[in-house]
Design a protein. Structure first.
Length: 325
């Protein structure tokens, strides 16, 4: 009877969530007191290293990475200050982040891998390639070739892109009683309804805490957020083969298209027009400044282009990567 009574609360506990993405996890020390989370999806062929956008972790690629393992050995790195990676603000900047990537390549003994970066990850791509072009076989910029990654003084400035945030319509934040916060599966469905695509559950679990009841808790405050945009540099030459994918014109968020509020739709139109004009100019400047790069414009895509247009991105990547030696 005692054993039976003890078993009841044990069985009543919620099972521990296990990431279904087929990766192993290790940590690589890049400087004293700072180690980075590295995901390994395995695979065969050329090494391919995925770098997430600003604020995200390598788990953002949990669903995307396995689609590449048939022909590549795929890794992902969570940059310092985010997710489970360590942090030190000392010397934080583009080349410090680039050096972190190089330290991981050294630790894993990767020779001339392909680096793939989303959004702010383009900064690390350009940092590594411009300083050590012999260390990488090629680069793939996924909505990542903005002024933080390429700026020869002829295109729009980083500030112009940053100022667009004031024009963007703001989606209402979820409140504690929101049904979307009942579980991470519910939160994924809410993302799907709002945007038409959803991040992997593993990434959402990096971004939010989990309550004892299994609900979505508070958003995590990563120390890297405060310095994420510090120490940028102007990279004016990309001396290695590069695939550059832009979302032009951007697709309006599904929640905006579904909105019946004319103010929301009008502000979205103003934002989209301004954003598309700057992005088109940046794409043109990159194409002219780096004639060896293959620049692709995907109409109707989201900034998270590898989630919104996965099939298109995989097609372009596989075509480009097949040309590398």
């Amino acid at each position: 009877m005692l054993l039976l009574s003890l078993a009841v609360p044990i069985h009543a506990q919620k099972p521990v969530w296990k990431d279904p993405s087929p990766h192993t996890t290790r940590f690589v020390t890049v400087e004293k007191g700072v180690r980075l989370e590295v995901l390994d999806w395995s695979g065969s062929g050329t090494s391919l290293v995925l770098l997430a956008g600003g604020g995200d972790t390598a788990h953002a690629f949990d669903d995307f990475a396995p689609k590449l393992t048939a022909t590549f050995h795929v890794y992902g790195i969570t940059r310092r200050g985010f997710g489970e990676s360590g942090f030190s603000p000392k010397g934080y900047g583009a080349d410090r982040l680039g050096d972190d990537v190089l330290a991981v390549l050294d630790a894993l003994k990767l020779e001339k891998p392909v680096l793939v970066g989303h959004s702010l990850g383009g900064e690390e791509l350009s940092s590594v390639a411009t300083r050590y072009p012999n260390r990488v076989a090629g680069l793939v910029y996924l909505e990542a070739a903005y002024p933080h990654a390429f700026d020869n003084g002829k295109g729009p400035t980083w500030k112009e892109f940053q100022d667009l945030k004031d024009l963007a319509p703001k989606a209402p934040p979820p409140v504690a009683t929101d049904p979307a916060l009942a579980s991470f599966a519910a939160l994924q469905l809410a993302w799907l309804r709002a945007l038409g695509f959803t991040p992997p559950e593993g990434e959402l679990r990096q971004q939010f805490t989990t309550t004892p009841e299994g609900r979505v808790g508070e958003e995590r405050a990563f120390p890297g957020q405060a310095v994420m945009l510090e120490g940028m540099k102007k990279y004016a030459d990309i001396p290695v083969p590069a695939l550059v994918i832009f979302a032009i014109p951007h697709a309006p968020a599904k929640w905006v298209s579904d909105s019946t509020d004319p103010k929301v739709r009008d502000s979205a139109k103003v934002f989209d027009t301004a954003a598309d004009a700057l992005t088109a100019k940046q794409a043109k400047i990159f194409e002219e400044g780096v004639p060896t790069a293959h620049v692709v414009r995907l109409p109707g895509a989201d900034h998270y282009v590898y989630l919104s247009n996965e099939t298109d991105v995989l097609r372009e990547m596989k075509s480009f990567l097949s040309t590398l030696r």
